[in-house]
Design a protein around this ligand. Structure first.
Ligand code: ZN
Length: 106
């Protein structure tokens, strides 16, 4: 069973199986990674650029801005949910997220 993932409305939403699941308007808490010097960083997303599956994890590429220091950057690896038994389970944006660096260049 394959999952249909795409961005909609100029990156305002991530669609999973033709259903809007993840909104860009949330503030995401990023605990690590190289977004900015804030730890954690509270990042207001502006747009999803891409979405893909990495194993069981649904990973988005997005542009966001840190609410504290104002840095505006691209997040290349933002886990936004998981595929469990063929069903999408979103993560809570208010929980601390780890921005995982991919193990290697894809
Ligand atoms: Zn910051």
């Amino acid at each position: 069973m394959s999952i249909a993932l795409r961005t909609l409305d100029d990156g305002a939403w991530i669609s999973v199986n033709n259903s809007r699941q993840v909104s860009v308007s949330d503030v995401w808490t990023l605990s690590r990674g190289v977004f900015c010097d804030c730890k954690p960083a509270y990042v207001l997303l502006e747009a999803f650029l891409d979405v893909r599956v990495d194993g069981p994890t649904v990973v988005a590429e997005a542009v966001g801005q840190c609410l504290e220091c104002g840095v505006r950057e691209t997040i290349t690896y933002l886990p936004v949910g998981r595929i469990v038994d063929g069903t999408f389970e979103p993560v809570d944006p208010e929980t601390v997220q780890s921005v995982l660096e991919p193990a290697g260049k894809h």
